[in-house]
Design a protein around this ligand. Structure first.
Ligand SMILES: Nc1ncnc2c1ncn2[C@@H]1O[C@H](COP(=O)(O)OP(=O)(O)OP(=O)(O)O)[C@@H](O)[C@H]1O
Ligand SMILES: [Mg+2]
Length: 418
Protein backbone atom coordinates (compact mmCIF):
# COMPACT_ATOMS: atom_id res chain seq x y z
CA UNK A 1 0.00 0.00 0.00
CA UNK A 2 1.40 3.43 -0.93
CA UNK A 3 2.31 5.86 1.84
CA UNK A 4 -0.40 8.32 2.75
CA UNK A 5 -3.31 6.15 1.60
CA UNK A 6 -6.81 7.34 2.32
CA UNK A 7 -8.64 6.03 5.34
CA UNK A 8 -10.64 3.92 2.96
CA UNK A 9 -7.45 2.36 1.53
CA UNK A 10 -6.21 1.60 5.01
CA UNK A 11 -9.47 -0.08 6.00
CA UNK A 12 -9.55 -2.06 2.73
CA UNK A 13 -5.99 -3.25 3.22
CA UNK A 14 -6.86 -4.59 6.65
CA UNK A 15 -10.01 -6.26 5.38
CA UNK A 16 -8.13 -7.91 2.55
CA UNK A 17 -5.31 -9.12 4.73
CA UNK A 18 -5.40 -12.89 4.61
CA UNK A 19 -6.12 -14.63 7.89
CA UNK A 20 -6.00 -18.16 9.21
CA UNK A 21 -9.29 -17.45 11.01
CA UNK A 22 -12.53 -18.39 9.30
CA UNK A 23 -14.78 -17.37 12.24
CA UNK A 24 -12.74 -15.76 14.95
CA UNK A 25 -15.82 -15.12 17.09
CA UNK A 26 -16.36 -18.86 17.56
CA UNK A 27 -13.30 -18.81 19.82
CA UNK A 28 -14.66 -16.04 22.03
CA UNK A 29 -14.92 -17.11 25.67
CA UNK A 30 -18.70 -16.62 25.76
CA UNK A 31 -19.42 -18.52 22.54
CA UNK A 32 -21.30 -21.69 23.46
CA UNK A 33 -20.42 -24.49 21.00
CA UNK A 34 -23.15 -26.86 19.84
CA UNK A 35 -21.18 -29.93 20.82
CA UNK A 36 -19.22 -30.52 24.01
CA UNK A 37 -17.07 -33.58 23.38
CA UNK A 38 -16.32 -35.63 26.51
CA UNK A 39 -19.11 -34.04 28.51
CA UNK A 40 -21.77 -36.49 27.32
CA UNK A 41 -22.00 -38.13 30.75
CA UNK A 42 -22.53 -34.82 32.55
CA UNK A 43 -25.13 -33.64 30.02
CA UNK A 44 -26.98 -36.92 30.42
CA UNK A 45 -26.97 -36.47 34.18
CA UNK A 46 -28.40 -32.95 33.84
CA UNK A 47 -31.12 -34.26 31.54
CA UNK A 48 -32.05 -36.86 34.16
CA UNK A 49 -32.21 -34.30 36.95
CA UNK A 50 -34.35 -31.87 34.97
CA UNK A 51 -36.54 -34.15 32.88
CA UNK A 52 -39.37 -33.77 35.40
CA UNK A 53 -39.84 -30.18 34.18
CA UNK A 54 -41.14 -31.65 30.93
CA UNK A 55 -42.70 -34.91 32.12
CA UNK A 56 -44.46 -33.52 35.18
CA UNK A 57 -44.38 -29.72 34.95
CA UNK A 58 -45.03 -27.71 38.09
CA UNK A 59 -44.75 -30.52 40.61
CA UNK A 60 -41.18 -30.05 41.85
CA UNK A 61 -38.46 -27.44 41.71
CA UNK A 62 -35.46 -29.23 40.20
CA UNK A 63 -31.85 -28.37 40.76
CA UNK A 64 -28.31 -29.59 40.21
CA UNK A 65 -24.92 -28.56 41.49
CA UNK A 66 -22.05 -28.57 39.01
CA UNK A 67 -18.60 -28.83 40.59
CA UNK A 68 -15.20 -28.79 38.93
CA UNK A 69 -11.95 -26.83 38.64
CA UNK A 70 -11.13 -23.99 36.27
CA UNK A 71 -11.82 -24.26 32.54
CA UNK A 72 -13.39 -27.71 32.46
CA UNK A 73 -16.61 -26.75 30.66
CA UNK A 74 -18.93 -26.08 33.60
CA UNK A 75 -20.39 -22.84 32.27
CA UNK A 76 -20.47 -24.01 28.65
CA UNK A 77 -22.23 -27.25 29.61
CA UNK A 78 -24.82 -25.54 31.83
CA UNK A 79 -25.66 -23.02 29.09
CA UNK A 80 -25.68 -25.51 26.24
CA UNK A 81 -27.81 -27.93 28.25
CA UNK A 82 -30.35 -25.26 29.19
CA UNK A 83 -30.58 -23.84 25.66
CA UNK A 84 -31.17 -27.27 24.11
CA UNK A 85 -33.47 -28.43 26.89
CA UNK A 86 -35.56 -25.29 26.43
CA UNK A 87 -35.77 -25.94 22.71
CA UNK A 88 -36.93 -29.52 23.28
CA UNK A 89 -39.46 -28.29 25.86
CA UNK A 90 -40.76 -25.73 23.38
CA UNK A 91 -41.42 -28.45 20.81
CA UNK A 92 -43.54 -30.15 23.45
CA UNK A 93 -45.51 -27.00 24.13
CA UNK A 94 -43.74 -25.87 27.30
CA UNK A 95 -42.10 -22.49 27.63
CA UNK A 96 -38.83 -22.82 29.50
CA UNK A 97 -36.53 -19.83 29.81
CA UNK A 98 -32.87 -19.58 30.69
CA UNK A 99 -31.63 -17.06 33.23
CA UNK A 100 -27.86 -16.82 33.55
CA UNK A 101 -26.29 -15.01 36.47
CA UNK A 102 -22.60 -14.80 37.23
CA UNK A 103 -22.37 -14.34 40.99
CA UNK A 104 -18.89 -12.93 40.69
CA UNK A 105 -20.58 -9.75 39.49
CA UNK A 106 -23.99 -10.20 41.15
CA UNK A 107 -23.47 -11.23 44.74
CA UNK A 108 -26.37 -10.08 46.88
CA UNK A 109 -29.80 -11.61 47.14
CA UNK A 110 -31.43 -8.40 46.00
CA UNK A 111 -29.28 -8.08 42.89
CA UNK A 112 -29.74 -11.76 42.01
CA UNK A 113 -33.50 -11.51 42.33
CA UNK A 114 -33.75 -8.29 40.31
CA UNK A 115 -31.48 -9.80 37.67
CA UNK A 116 -33.83 -12.80 37.40
CA UNK A 117 -36.77 -10.40 37.00
CA UNK A 118 -35.07 -8.33 34.35
CA UNK A 119 -33.89 -11.34 32.32
CA UNK A 120 -37.44 -12.68 32.39
CA UNK A 121 -38.60 -9.23 31.26
CA UNK A 122 -40.76 -8.71 34.29
CA UNK A 123 -41.07 -4.98 34.93
CA UNK A 124 -40.33 -3.79 38.47
CA UNK A 125 -40.49 -0.43 40.14
CA UNK A 126 -36.89 0.75 40.47
CA UNK A 127 -37.19 1.42 44.20
CA UNK A 128 -39.05 0.36 47.21
CA UNK A 129 -39.34 -3.38 46.59
CA UNK A 130 -37.58 -5.82 48.86
CA UNK A 131 -35.90 -8.95 47.49
CA UNK A 132 -38.86 -10.94 48.75
CA UNK A 133 -41.39 -8.72 46.99
CA UNK A 134 -39.47 -8.88 43.73
CA UNK A 135 -39.38 -12.64 44.04
CA UNK A 136 -43.12 -12.84 44.63
CA UNK A 137 -43.75 -10.83 41.50
CA UNK A 138 -41.55 -13.17 39.52
CA UNK A 139 -43.50 -16.15 40.81
CA UNK A 140 -46.80 -14.46 39.99
CA UNK A 141 -45.69 -13.52 36.50
CA UNK A 142 -44.45 -17.01 35.71
CA UNK A 143 -47.81 -18.32 36.84
CA UNK A 144 -49.66 -15.75 34.78
CA UNK A 145 -47.59 -16.47 31.66
CA UNK A 146 -47.47 -20.22 32.27
CA UNK A 147 -43.68 -20.26 31.94
CA UNK A 148 -40.83 -22.15 33.58
CA UNK A 149 -37.23 -21.01 34.06
CA UNK A 150 -33.88 -22.61 34.73
CA UNK A 151 -31.75 -20.19 36.70
CA UNK A 152 -28.02 -20.76 36.30
CA UNK A 153 -26.13 -19.33 39.28
CA UNK A 154 -22.52 -19.45 38.08
CA UNK A 155 -19.56 -18.97 40.41
CA UNK A 156 -22.02 -19.50 43.23
CA UNK A 157 -19.10 -19.54 45.72
CA UNK A 158 -19.13 -15.74 45.60
CA UNK A 159 -22.81 -15.57 46.45
CA UNK A 160 -22.34 -17.84 49.47
CA UNK A 161 -19.35 -15.83 50.62
CA UNK A 162 -21.04 -12.45 50.29
CA UNK A 163 -24.64 -13.20 51.16
CA UNK A 164 -24.42 -16.09 53.60
CA UNK A 165 -26.72 -18.87 54.68
CA UNK A 166 -30.04 -17.04 54.96
CA UNK A 167 -29.85 -15.72 51.41
CA UNK A 168 -28.97 -19.13 50.01
CA UNK A 169 -31.72 -20.71 52.06
CA UNK A 170 -34.22 -18.18 50.80
CA UNK A 171 -33.30 -18.88 47.18
CA UNK A 172 -33.40 -22.64 47.39
CA UNK A 173 -36.33 -23.15 49.74
CA UNK A 174 -38.54 -20.31 48.62
CA UNK A 175 -41.36 -22.59 47.49
CA UNK A 176 -41.80 -23.81 51.06
CA UNK A 177 -43.17 -20.37 51.81
CA UNK A 178 -45.39 -20.19 48.74
CA UNK A 179 -47.16 -23.51 48.55
CA UNK A 180 -49.88 -21.96 46.39
CA UNK A 181 -47.54 -21.56 43.43
CA UNK A 182 -46.63 -24.25 40.96
CA UNK A 183 -42.91 -25.08 40.92
CA UNK A 184 -41.68 -23.12 37.91
CA UNK A 185 -38.18 -22.07 38.96
CA UNK A 186 -35.32 -24.54 38.72
CA UNK A 187 -31.66 -24.08 39.51
CA UNK A 188 -28.23 -25.01 38.27
CA UNK A 189 -25.58 -23.97 40.78
CA UNK A 190 -21.96 -23.91 39.61
CA UNK A 191 -18.97 -24.01 41.95
CA UNK A 192 -15.22 -24.60 41.63
CA UNK A 193 -15.11 -26.70 44.83
CA UNK A 194 -17.20 -27.44 47.87
CA UNK A 195 -15.22 -25.60 50.54
CA UNK A 196 -17.61 -22.65 50.70
CA UNK A 197 -20.40 -25.00 51.73
CA UNK A 198 -18.80 -24.97 55.19
CA UNK A 199 -20.33 -21.55 55.65
CA UNK A 200 -23.85 -22.93 55.35
CA UNK A 201 -26.21 -24.78 57.67
CA UNK A 202 -26.47 -28.54 57.19
CA UNK A 203 -30.06 -28.29 55.94
CA UNK A 204 -29.05 -25.89 53.16
CA UNK A 205 -26.01 -27.98 52.28
CA UNK A 206 -28.11 -31.14 52.02
CA UNK A 207 -30.43 -29.39 49.65
CA UNK A 208 -27.55 -28.25 47.43
CA UNK A 209 -25.77 -31.60 47.45
CA UNK A 210 -28.74 -33.62 46.29
CA UNK A 211 -27.82 -33.74 42.59
CA UNK A 212 -24.10 -33.19 42.10
CA UNK A 213 -22.53 -33.28 38.64
CA UNK A 214 -18.75 -33.56 38.79
CA UNK A 215 -16.46 -32.19 36.09
CA UNK A 216 -12.91 -33.55 36.00
CA UNK A 217 -9.95 -31.82 34.36
CA UNK A 218 -9.49 -32.80 30.72
CA UNK A 219 -6.85 -35.30 29.62
CA UNK A 220 -4.49 -34.79 26.67
CA UNK A 221 -6.62 -37.10 24.52
CA UNK A 222 -9.83 -35.25 25.43
CA UNK A 223 -8.32 -31.83 24.76
CA UNK A 224 -7.05 -33.12 21.44
CA UNK A 225 -10.65 -33.86 20.39
CA UNK A 226 -11.96 -30.57 21.79
CA UNK A 227 -9.27 -28.49 20.05
CA UNK A 228 -9.79 -30.40 16.82
CA UNK A 229 -13.50 -29.63 16.91
CA UNK A 230 -13.11 -25.97 17.87
CA UNK A 231 -10.35 -25.46 15.28
CA UNK A 232 -12.57 -26.88 12.56
CA UNK A 233 -15.24 -24.31 13.43
CA UNK A 234 -12.90 -21.36 13.59
CA UNK A 235 -9.97 -21.80 11.20
CA UNK A 236 -9.65 -22.36 7.47
CA UNK A 237 -8.80 -25.92 6.46
CA UNK A 238 -5.06 -26.57 6.30
CA UNK A 239 -4.06 -23.73 8.62
CA UNK A 240 -3.93 -25.76 11.86
CA UNK A 241 -1.93 -28.94 11.48
CA UNK A 242 -2.48 -32.06 13.52
CA UNK A 243 0.91 -31.53 15.22
CA UNK A 244 -0.22 -28.12 16.47
CA UNK A 245 -3.39 -29.53 18.02
CA UNK A 246 -1.47 -32.42 19.53
CA UNK A 247 1.18 -30.14 21.01
CA UNK A 248 -1.34 -27.77 22.62
CA UNK A 249 -3.19 -30.76 24.06
CA UNK A 250 0.07 -32.09 25.55
CA UNK A 251 0.91 -28.71 27.06
CA UNK A 252 -2.49 -28.33 28.70
CA UNK A 253 -3.79 -31.85 29.46
CA UNK A 254 -3.87 -32.98 33.10
CA UNK A 255 -1.83 -36.06 32.19
CA UNK A 256 0.49 -33.87 30.09
CA UNK A 257 2.10 -30.63 31.28
CA UNK A 258 -1.06 -28.75 32.23
CA UNK A 259 -4.09 -28.58 34.47
CA UNK A 260 -6.67 -29.95 32.05
CA UNK A 261 -8.07 -26.45 31.42
CA UNK A 262 -9.86 -26.14 28.05
CA UNK A 263 -9.99 -22.36 28.28
CA UNK A 264 -6.23 -22.19 28.42
CA UNK A 265 -5.92 -24.64 25.53
CA UNK A 266 -8.27 -22.51 23.39
CA UNK A 267 -6.49 -19.34 24.43
CA UNK A 268 -3.19 -20.77 23.21
CA UNK A 269 -4.79 -21.83 19.93
CA UNK A 270 -6.33 -18.39 19.43
CA UNK A 271 -3.15 -16.50 20.26
CA UNK A 272 -1.08 -18.80 18.05
CA UNK A 273 -3.51 -17.96 15.23
CA UNK A 274 -3.00 -14.27 15.90
CA UNK A 275 0.78 -14.67 15.78
CA UNK A 276 0.44 -16.51 12.47
CA UNK A 277 -1.70 -13.64 11.09
CA UNK A 278 0.71 -10.98 12.36
CA UNK A 279 3.58 -12.68 10.59
CA UNK A 280 1.54 -13.18 7.45
CA UNK A 281 1.99 -16.94 7.82
CA UNK A 282 -0.59 -19.11 6.07
CA UNK A 283 -0.60 -21.65 8.90
CA UNK A 284 0.15 -21.96 12.60
CA UNK A 285 3.61 -23.29 13.44
CA UNK A 286 4.92 -24.92 16.60
CA UNK A 287 6.86 -21.72 17.31
CA UNK A 288 3.59 -19.75 17.25
CA UNK A 289 2.26 -22.18 19.84
CA UNK A 290 5.37 -21.74 21.96
CA UNK A 291 4.98 -17.96 21.87
CA UNK A 292 1.32 -18.20 22.79
CA UNK A 293 1.98 -20.70 25.55
CA UNK A 294 4.70 -18.47 26.99
CA UNK A 295 2.20 -15.63 27.17
CA UNK A 296 -0.67 -17.47 28.86
CA UNK A 297 1.51 -19.52 31.18
CA UNK A 298 2.63 -17.37 34.14
CA UNK A 299 5.51 -19.77 34.79
CA UNK A 300 7.01 -18.99 31.41
CA UNK A 301 8.68 -15.66 32.18
CA UNK A 302 10.72 -17.43 34.82
CA UNK A 303 12.92 -19.09 32.21
CA UNK A 304 14.52 -15.82 31.23
CA UNK A 305 15.04 -15.13 34.95
CA UNK A 306 16.61 -18.53 35.58
CA UNK A 307 19.09 -17.84 32.81
CA UNK A 308 19.77 -14.24 33.80
CA UNK A 309 20.20 -14.94 37.49
CA UNK A 310 23.08 -17.27 36.61
CA UNK A 311 21.87 -20.49 38.18
CA UNK A 312 22.81 -22.56 35.12
CA UNK A 313 26.36 -23.80 34.49
CA UNK A 314 28.22 -23.01 31.26
CA UNK A 315 27.61 -26.46 29.85
CA UNK A 316 23.96 -26.37 30.74
CA UNK A 317 23.72 -23.15 28.76
CA UNK A 318 25.58 -24.71 25.84
CA UNK A 319 23.23 -27.67 25.95
CA UNK A 320 20.22 -25.37 26.15
CA UNK A 321 21.46 -23.49 23.10
CA UNK A 322 21.81 -26.82 21.28
CA UNK A 323 18.23 -27.76 22.20
CA UNK A 324 16.94 -24.39 21.02
CA UNK A 325 18.73 -24.71 17.69
CA UNK A 326 17.50 -28.23 17.00
CA UNK A 327 13.94 -27.20 17.86
CA UNK A 328 14.17 -24.09 15.69
CA UNK A 329 15.15 -26.22 12.73
CA UNK A 330 11.87 -28.13 13.04
CA UNK A 331 8.73 -26.35 11.92
CA UNK A 332 6.15 -28.99 12.60
CA UNK A 333 7.74 -31.15 15.29
CA UNK A 334 7.68 -29.88 18.87
CA UNK A 335 10.28 -32.30 20.25
CA UNK A 336 13.98 -32.97 19.62
CA UNK A 337 15.51 -36.42 20.00
CA UNK A 338 18.31 -36.85 22.52
CA UNK A 339 20.75 -37.95 19.76
CA UNK A 340 20.12 -34.84 17.70
CA UNK A 341 20.61 -32.64 20.73
CA UNK A 342 23.91 -34.30 21.65
CA UNK A 343 25.19 -33.86 18.13
CA UNK A 344 24.24 -30.18 18.09
CA UNK A 345 25.72 -29.77 21.57
CA UNK A 346 29.13 -30.92 20.28
CA UNK A 347 28.87 -28.40 17.45
CA UNK A 348 27.96 -25.64 19.89
CA UNK A 349 30.92 -26.57 22.13
CA UNK A 350 33.23 -26.29 19.16
CA UNK A 351 31.76 -22.90 18.24
CA UNK A 352 32.51 -21.57 21.73
CA UNK A 353 35.85 -23.39 22.11
CA UNK A 354 34.71 -25.75 24.87
CA UNK A 355 35.40 -29.43 25.35
CA UNK A 356 32.08 -31.34 25.23
CA UNK A 357 31.09 -33.38 28.29
CA UNK A 358 30.32 -37.09 28.05
CA UNK A 359 26.92 -38.71 27.57
CA UNK A 360 26.23 -39.45 31.25
CA UNK A 361 27.03 -35.89 32.26
CA UNK A 362 24.84 -34.47 29.47
CA UNK A 363 22.02 -36.66 30.66
CA UNK A 364 22.39 -35.21 34.15
CA UNK A 365 22.17 -31.69 32.71
CA UNK A 366 18.96 -32.63 30.92
CA UNK A 367 17.46 -33.91 34.16
CA UNK A 368 18.45 -30.75 35.96
CA UNK A 369 17.05 -28.46 33.24
CA UNK A 370 13.81 -30.40 33.44
CA UNK A 371 13.70 -30.10 37.22
CA UNK A 372 14.18 -26.35 36.94
CA UNK A 373 11.22 -26.24 34.55
CA UNK A 374 13.30 -24.93 31.66
CA UNK A 375 12.62 -27.86 29.32
CA UNK A 376 10.12 -30.69 28.99
CA UNK A 377 11.62 -34.15 28.62
CA UNK A 378 9.79 -37.40 28.15
CA UNK A 379 10.58 -40.87 26.90
CA UNK A 380 9.60 -41.40 23.27
CA UNK A 381 6.49 -43.49 22.90
CA UNK A 382 5.75 -45.88 20.10
CA UNK A 383 6.51 -44.74 16.59
CA UNK A 384 10.07 -43.60 17.27
CA UNK A 385 12.60 -46.29 16.42
CA UNK A 386 14.60 -47.31 19.50
CA UNK A 387 13.63 -45.68 22.77
CA UNK A 388 15.03 -42.23 23.28
CA UNK A 389 14.32 -39.12 25.27
CA UNK A 390 12.29 -36.41 23.57
CA UNK A 391 13.03 -32.84 24.56
CA UNK A 392 10.67 -29.93 24.15
CA UNK A 393 10.69 -26.33 25.26
CA UNK A 394 7.32 -24.66 25.57
CA UNK A 395 7.74 -21.91 28.12
CA UNK A 396 9.24 -19.25 25.86
CA UNK A 397 9.49 -18.36 22.17
CA UNK A 398 12.79 -19.71 20.92
CA UNK A 399 14.07 -16.71 18.94
CA UNK A 400 14.16 -14.46 22.01
CA UNK A 401 15.44 -17.23 24.22
CA UNK A 402 18.30 -18.04 21.86
CA UNK A 403 19.62 -14.49 22.19
CA UNK A 404 19.37 -14.58 25.98
CA UNK A 405 21.27 -17.86 26.14
CA UNK A 406 24.01 -16.69 23.79
CA UNK A 407 24.44 -13.52 25.88
CA UNK A 408 24.68 -15.60 29.04
CA UNK A 409 27.29 -17.88 27.44
CA UNK A 410 29.35 -14.85 26.32
CA UNK A 411 29.20 -13.41 29.83
CA UNK A 412 30.44 -16.70 31.21
CA UNK A 413 33.30 -16.77 28.73
CA UNK A 414 34.24 -13.14 29.39
CA UNK A 415 34.34 -13.75 33.13
CA UNK A 416 36.14 -17.01 32.39
CA UNK A 417 34.17 -18.84 35.02
CA UNK A 418 35.31 -22.49 34.91
N1 LIG B 1 -16.02 -30.27 25.97
C1 LIG B 1 -15.81 -29.11 25.38
N2 LIG B 1 -15.92 -28.98 24.05
C2 LIG B 1 -15.70 -27.80 23.44
N3 LIG B 1 -15.35 -26.68 24.08
C3 LIG B 1 -15.21 -26.74 25.43
C4 LIG B 1 -15.44 -27.95 26.13
N4 LIG B 1 -15.23 -27.71 27.45
C5 LIG B 1 -14.90 -26.43 27.56
N5 LIG B 1 -14.89 -25.83 26.35
C6 LIG B 1 -14.56 -24.43 26.10
O1 LIG B 1 -13.51 -24.09 26.99
C7 LIG B 1 -13.71 -22.81 27.56
C8 LIG B 1 -13.81 -22.91 29.05
O2 LIG B 1 -15.00 -23.59 29.40
P1 LIG B 1 -15.98 -23.03 30.53
O3 LIG B 1 -16.01 -21.55 30.48
O4 LIG B 1 -17.27 -23.74 30.42
O5 LIG B 1 -15.16 -23.51 31.83
P2 LIG B 1 -15.59 -23.43 33.37
O6 LIG B 1 -15.51 -24.82 33.90
O7 LIG B 1 -16.86 -22.70 33.50
O8 LIG B 1 -14.36 -22.60 33.98
P3 LIG B 1 -14.36 -21.52 35.20
O9 LIG B 1 -14.38 -22.31 36.48
O10 LIG B 1 -13.06 -20.80 35.03
O11 LIG B 1 -15.54 -20.64 35.04
C9 LIG B 1 -14.94 -22.24 26.90
O12 LIG B 1 -14.56 -21.46 25.79
C10 LIG B 1 -15.69 -23.49 26.43
O13 LIG B 1 -16.47 -23.21 25.28
MG1 LIG C 1 -17.32 -20.82 34.23
Amino acid sequence: MPEGGTTRDIIESVLEKPSVFKSREKLDPDYVPEKLPHREQQLKQLAMYFRGIITDPGSTSHRALIVGPIGVGKTASARRFTMDFAEIARKRGLTLRMVYINCHAVRTLYSVVTSIASQLEIPMPTRGYSAREVFERVLEKLEERDEHAIIILDEFDYFIETSGNDAVYFLVRVYDEYPMFKRRMHYIFIMRDLKHLNMLNPATVNYLLKNVVTFQPYTVAQLYDILQYRAELSFYPGTVGDEVIRYIAELTGIDGHGEGNARQALQILTLAGEYADNEGSDRITIEHVRKAHALVNPHAVRIQDIILEGSLTLHQLLLLLAIIRVLRSKETEPYAKMGEVEQEYRAVCEEFGEKPRGHTQVYEYIRDLKLKGVIDAKPSGKGVRGRTTLIGLSAAPLDILEKTVIDAIRKFKAGDVP
